[in-house]
Design a binder for this molecule. Structure first.
Ligand code: NDP
Length: 325
């Protein structure tokens, strides 16, 4: 097997030299074991902040994949079976069958890579963040950042299905056009807009009932002042600060939270693990029925994983960033 390892802990924005490709000899299978080959791998923002917390230098990079059984001594996983696994950046791995998720019955016409995107962890994040934290209701105005990404594009479309008005921000003209195409009511490029405050006000002069926050940092403190009274904020991600070496100072959230009586809650998608299966069925149905569009940014070649990861952190991806082995 080939595996990408963390050669050196990231300092600031990740560099090519922080990663090392290693060849690993896999042992023979024991009874109960299954040999998998990765078919699609995922690069996700969490790998940046989590690497320092859960990995040591030399470890295989954390991450999930859609993998296929190539050899099996476990009747639950015959050859050819597809699963979602969390085995890191590796081409092949052996599992004893625990901690694997079988793909639900998968329609022929849908790429299995969607199990790493809209019909997977990012889609679940959008679903539970909107329903359980933002508690959307018809007529709400919802703002979402990193809107053309894996989570954000699902957030916007699920909010539309819920009868909301949706405003999205993203980092290029192409992404803004895409957001309009998939049904966002308003969208703007936060990099070229000049005054964020004005752009937010123009997109929704009455303010926002819900903010699905994927970026954190200065942007989100500006949003706080544009919230309506009793507005709800789902703090999902903070990609604008993941690469900071020195933590940013303020502005601080307390004053607008008091004056506007806001509700703000951080969450991890794992909070609802016992409901993931049921939610995945709903997401799968929406995708099959064409109610949610899910684009992917596919990089071919396992060798390109670090480049694909760094590209995603910079915003190269429209839709979910995927690696096809
Ligand atoms: P995306 O597919 O959205 O890719 C990341 C995107 O972030 C880039 O494409 C880029 O788009 C944008 N971005 C990068 N830097 C900045 C910046 N400084 N300011 C604003 N936007 C920036 O990734 P995901 O959909 O997988 O994740 C989105 C967020 O959700 C992340 O913060 C992630 O950590 C979080 N998350 C949280 C989970 C949870 O359980 N709480 C689970 C999954 C994800 P652009 O061109 O628009 O800048």
């Amino acid at each position: 097997a080939k595996s990408w390892t963390l050669k050196k802990h990231f300092e600031g924005f990740p560099k090519t030299s922080d990663f090392e490709l290693k060849e690993v000899e896999l042992p023979k299978l024991k009874d109960g074991d299954v040999l998998f080959e990765s078919v699609f791998l995922s690069v996700d923002p969490y790998m940046r902040p989590y690497s320092g917390r859960v990995m040591k230098e030399g470890d295989t990079m954390i991450g999930s994949q859609v993998a296929r059984v190539v050899e099996s001594k476990n009747p639950t996983y015959p050859v050819g079976t597809y699963v979602v696994a969390n085995s890191g950046w590796t081409t092949h791995f052996i599992s004893d069958g625990k901690d694997l998720q079988l793909l639900p019955s998968w329609p022929e016409k849908l790429p299995k890579s969607l199990a790493l995107g809209t019909i997977g962890m990012p889609g679940l994040t959008a679903y539970f963040g909107l329903l359980e934290i933002c508690k959307i209701k018809p007529g709400d105005t919802v703002l979402v950042t990193a809107a053309a990404g894996a989570v954000g594009s699902a957030v916007g479309q699920i909010a539309k299905l819920g009868g909301c008005k949706v405003v999205g921000c993203a980092g290029s003209a192409k992404k803004v056009a895409y957001l309009k195409q998939i049904g966002f009511d308003e969208a703007f490029n936060y990099k070229t807009v000049g005054s964020l405050e004005e752009a937010l006000r123009k997109a929704s002069p009455d303010g926002y009932d819900c903010y699905f926050d994927n970026v954190g940092g200065e942007f989100s403190s500006i949003v706080l002042n544009q919230m309506k009274r009793f507005g709800r904020i789902a703090v999902c991600g903070a990609i604008s600060v993941y690469n900071d070496i020195v933590p940013q100072k303020g502005p601080y959230v307390q004053a607008p939270m008091i004056w506007k009586e806001l509700y703000m809650e951080g969450f991890l998608v794992t909070r609802w693990t016992n409901r993931h299966k049921e939610a995945l069925q709903i997401l799968l149905r929406w995708v099959e029925e064409g109610k949610i569009k899910c684009d992917e940014h596919v990089t071919e070649g396992f060798e390109k994983m670090p480049a694909a990861f760094m590209g995603m952190l910079k915003g190269d991806n429209l839709g979910k960033a995927i690696i096809q082995v």
